[in-house]
Ligand binder design. Structure first.
Ligand code: BGP
Length: 462
């Protein structure tokens, strides 16, 4: 393959609640993720200190980050996507002053990355928010949460402005629509109107974070983060094509607001047709005008839609359901594998928004087998990643501006949907099972050496 652009960032992506553990250390407060021991799409259970769910320790990145960053360095990472746990900085969410121990922790983490010349890409909120804000204020259902989030964002921008230049607001913000508790801290059975109002608050907060970042870190860049849920029409029947357009708009909506600074006409029609009344103030409209510098997204799979309900053989992602594509194979979890779709999506998003794109999640969740000699021959993972990266290179040739690629879970971590570790994404194996047994020792899989060579060759070995 032709080499990738010289400035292309190569690395991996992790999230605080899936790797750190230490869920009550350093003054941290409980987050929504901490009260969802069965996964961030699962039920909420009140927690008490000392519960030993898998997530409470996760892979102990909180303590072991120097060892893990050394391994990422060995693979040649130029970028690591991490998230800050909001509850390490504001444990309940509404404090007047931040928690110094939490701030100091991320200082050490960013210093460690700087030591190896790894650029941090930092998500402000990855599938979690302070549980205190949910209990006391109703999460993003409350306008007050906008102010609490803005204070948190301004605090971390001011603290890390010399260390972090690349930021993301909310992870997969479009999932707020499908998983209210995870996204906006609302009960799962909330009305559409309540969910869209909460989403509106989150979109305003995202825009205020963009504005704050531009003020505090003038040489920084801040992007949004979408689940890139590309849907195809199952047939060429015009109704199916229209259905696919609408389905894609259900997530593009978020990007439209974040990139263009206002709600698109199709959404206003949807609100009208469904009797949904959202409170949008003049100040909100002014805030939304602060648009992102770049777009980031996750990409794992594609699906099909049709108006023909009889054809609804369901394929599933984390929480999205869709019709099976007869031309695609699936992962062990039923996620339909579609490398070409990544090229299509990159082109689609570039055509739509004309802003640089960053693929901040992509990867294959699979069960790995440790051989008697300790080796792990994950050729399936290598094939998946190789085929997707080939399509990224094609898209760059198509003229799409792609800033970089961070594969999901470069080290095994706790799955967001299942709260299990046996669904592994890593180049680095972590010795821990779904019951929390294991030494937490790290070891290199076959894909570790492959990814190292891909990065060293800037993609030419693909
Ligand atoms: C994305 C989330 C990640 C991650 C990934 C894989 O939706 O942003 O947090 O977990 O999906 O999903 P899972 O962990 O369920 O396999």
């Amino acid at each position: 393959m032709k080499a990738f652009p010289k400035s292309f960032l190569w690395g991996g992506a992790i999230a605080a609640n899936q790797v750190e553990g230490a869920y009550l250390e350093g003054g941290k407060g409980l987050s929504t993720s901490d009260v969802q021991p069965k996964g961030v799409f699962g039920d909420v259970v009140e927690r008490v200190a000392g519960d030993s769910a898998l997530k409470d320790v996760a892979i102990d990145f909180y303590h072991r980050y120097p060892e893990d960053i050394a391994l990422f360095t060995e693979m040649g990472f130029s970028c690591l996507r991490v998230s800050i746990a909001w509850t390490r900085i504001f444990p309940n969410g509404d404090e007047a002053t931040p928690n110094e121990a939490g701030l100091a922790y991320y200082d050490k983490l960013f210093d460690e990355l700087a030591k190896y010349g790894i650029t941090p890409l930092v998500t402000l909120s990855h599938y979690e928010m302070p549980w205190g804000l949910v209990k006391q204020y109703g999460g993003w259902g409350s306008r007050q949460t906008i102010g609490f989030f803005e204070r948190y964002a301004r605090t971390v921008f001011s603290r890390y402005k010399a260390k972090v230049k690349l930021w993301l607001t909310f992870n997969e913000i479009n999932m707020s629509l499908h998983a209210p508790m995870t996204g906006v801290g609302l009960p799962e059975n909330s009305s559409k109107e309540a969910v869209y109002q909460a989403i509106h608050h989150q979109l305003v907060a995202s825009a205020l974070a963009v504005k704050a970042c531009h003020e505090i870190i003038p040489d920084g860049k801040i992007g949004n983060m979408l689940l890139g849920g590309l849907m195809y029409p199952l047939t060429c029947k015009p109704e199916d094509v229209l259905e696919a357009l609408q389905e894609n708009r259900s997530w593009q909506l978020f990007g439209d607001v974040q990139c263009r600074g206002a709600y698109p006409g199709y959404m206003l029609r949807y609100f009208r047709d469904n009797g949904i009344r959202i409170e949008i103030t003049a100040a909100d409209r002014e805030a939304l005008a602060s648009t992102v510098d770049f777009i980031s997204f996750s990409y794992y799979m594609t699906g099909c839609v049709t108006t023909d309900k009889a054809l609804n053989q369901q394929a599933r992602g984390n929480i999205l359901s869709m019709v099976q594509n007869p031309h695609l194979a699936s992962s062990e979890w039923g996620w339909q594998i579609d490398p070409v779709g990544l090229r299509t999506l990159l082109n689609m998003l570039w055509d739509r928004w004309q802003k640089p794109l960053f693929i901040v999640e992509n990867g294959l969740g699979a069960k790995d087998k440790v051989e008697a000699d300790g080796s792990i021959n994950d050729d399936y993972r290598i094939a998946y990643l190789n085929n997707h990266l080939v399509q990224v290179r094609e898209a760059i040739d198509d003229g799409v501006e792609v800033m970089g690629y961070t594969s999901w879970g470069p080290i095994d971590l706790v799955s967001a949907s299942k709260a299990e570790i046996s669904k592994r994404y890593g180049f680095i194996y972590v010795d821990r099972d779904d019951n929390g047994n294991g030494t937490l020792a790290r070891s290199r899989k076959k894909s570790f050496y492959w990814y190292r060579d891909v990065i060293a060759s800037n993609g030419t070995i693909l």
